[in-house]
Design a binder for this molecule. Structure first.
Ligand code: URP
Ligand code: ZN
Ligand code: ZN
Length: 466
């Protein structure tokens, strides 16, 4: 059985051209003119792009005294509705666990629920010699990237010795080190001071995590990686100072070693959003926090000039009103103190639409750069290109037929993420998926869901290759 996506404009990271895409079984077999197939999907007036890849998500993650509200079914279905057909989630190592045990916990969460393909990074929180020695086996586990947290003191944070030892090991075995770069020790001091002074409203979350402490940690991680010789990927970079550290490293000849992403929301919100009336600002509490309009401009510049290579979401949703109707606790945990608000925001569904509307249509990035940032570079950097992230014979048929004129008003009521809010309530977008295919199967058609729990597969990723 073959499927022909007919009459569209194919857009990859490098090219834009009129062509049909022929799929047989789970793979693309041809891209060209005059092809024929059994089932035809009409792509006239539409772009045909590789499915989005979101390399930074937290589904079903225990965090901040509760658990993120999307599981692998609801989160992945939402991703698919937004044109994302693969994501890489963080398997967080419980203290004392091996990396194998950690991954097994996350495999069990995903296996029967997955509707799109997925991978895992391991988040290392505890690195005794036995785990250090286990790190190279992550190649065999197919999880070839690992995140270390330089923040969240007393919870996920590791010290520099741990980070540096992990980097040395990664350098030897072509594993990609990812860092959450904020100075957790200094932040801890600022949080304690704020709490002692009775400064408890959500806006103090941003004020106790200043951009300088992200810039400092980013520069430190970059320099440690250079000494260790390890490839480094800085996650959720938010501000001009941190970007400068990455840009400088890449300018001094490390463009094949030092990489960074930002996340959709950092283009659109500032620390003022945390000061919204009452407790509303809690919806915008995530780490690192939102910054300034100046930093937003720096991020747009960074994605345009390739100082930033990827835009992901850091999708880590919590209910605003949790703890009712069977919901796990949510943002209300922090009503008495910002320090107890679970950190994280939803966004897996909105990413491609927002970047298309406010990036491509607004003239900030090209159509091809949009595909590169959201689909192709994630696959290249995380060991699954060209099976994922492009449209070429032999690639998995993860394909999105993108209607560039579709207009929607974003609302929690119509989005599919399992939360009671979206940061973008009432925002208008132009450009949205018309049809989404995962390995050749149509899983989204307009507003209709045709995917199936358990159909998504784990993607065994290759080691890092510059
Ligand atoms: O606030 C955030 N970002 N929550 C998720 C955990 C992390 O730091 O990525
Ligand atoms: Zn983080
Ligand atoms: Zn995250």
């Amino acid at each position: 059985m073959s499927t022909l996506i007919k009459g569209g404009t194919v857009v990859t990271a490098s090219d834009t051209f009129a062509a049909d895409v022929l799929i047989e079984g789970e793979q693309i077999v041809a891209v060209g003119q005059g092809l024929s197939g059994n089932t035809v999907i009409d792509a006239s007036g539409a772009y045909v792009i590789p499915g989005g890849i979101d390399v930074h998500t937290h589904l079903d993650m225990p965090f901040g005294g509760t658990v993120s509200s999307d599981d692998f079914f609801t989160g992945q279905r939402a991703a698919a509705f937004g044109g994302t057909t693969m994501h890489i989630d963080f398997a967080i190592q419980p203290r004392g666990a091996t990396l194998r045990e950690t991954l097994d916990i996350w495999h069990a969460k995903a296996r029967d629920k997955a509707v799109i393909d997925y991978g895992f990074h391991v988040a290392i929180t505890d690195l005794p010699d036995s785990v250090l020695e286990e790190m190279p086996r992550c190649i065999e586990y197919g999880a070839t990237s690992m995140k270390l947290f330089m923040a969240y003191k007393g919870a996920l944070q590791v010290d520099d010795m741990t980070l540096f030892r992990a980097m040395q090991q990664a350098a030897q075995h072509r594993l990609l080190i990812m860092v959450h770069a904020e100075n957790g020790d200094a932040i801890d001091v600022l949080i304690r001071e704020a709490v002692a002074a009775g400064q408890l409203a959500p806006r103090y979350h941003a004020l106790t995590r200043p951009p300088e402490l992200e810039a400092e940690a980013t520069a430190r991680a970059v320099r440690l990686a250079e000494v260790a010789g390890a490839p480094l990927y800085v996650v959720h970079l938010t501000n001009a100072g941190a970007l400068e550290a990455v840009r400088l490293a890449r300018a001094r000849g490390k463009a094949g070693q030092i990489f960074a992403e930002t996340c959709t929301q950092y283009f659109f919100f500032t620390r003022d959003d945390l000061a919204r009336e009452g407790f509303e600002g809690a919806k915008w509490v995530c780490s690192p926090p939102f910054r300034s309009p100046y930093d937003q401009e720096a991020l747009w510049q960074g994605v345009a000039d390739n100082s930033l290579q990827v835009v992901s979401t850091d999708h880590c949703p919590f209910w605003f009103q949790g703890g009712i109707e069977g919901r796990p606790a949510g943002k209300e945990l922090g009503r008495e103190s910002f320090a107890k608000i679970p950190n994280g925001c939803p966004g897996i569904e909105e990413r491609m639409m927002l970047l298309y509307t406010y990036g491509v249509r607004a003239g900030r990035i090209s159509l091809n750069r949009w595909v590169e940032l959201c689909c192709t570079n994630p696959a290249r950097l995380f060991g699954c290109y060209p099976r994922k992230g492009t449209l070429t014979p032999g690639a998995d048929a993860d394909v999105v037929v993108w209607d560039p004129e579709a207009r929607r008003i974003l609302s929690a009521a119509t989005l599919h993420q399992r939360t009671d809010y979206t940061l973008y309530e009432g925002w208008e977008i132009t450009g949205a998926p018309r049809v989404v295919l995962s390995r050749g199967r149509v899983i989204v058609e307009g507003d209709t869901w045709t995917g199936e729990a358990g159909a998504g597969r784990f993607v065994h990723r290759r080691p890092f290759a510059p």
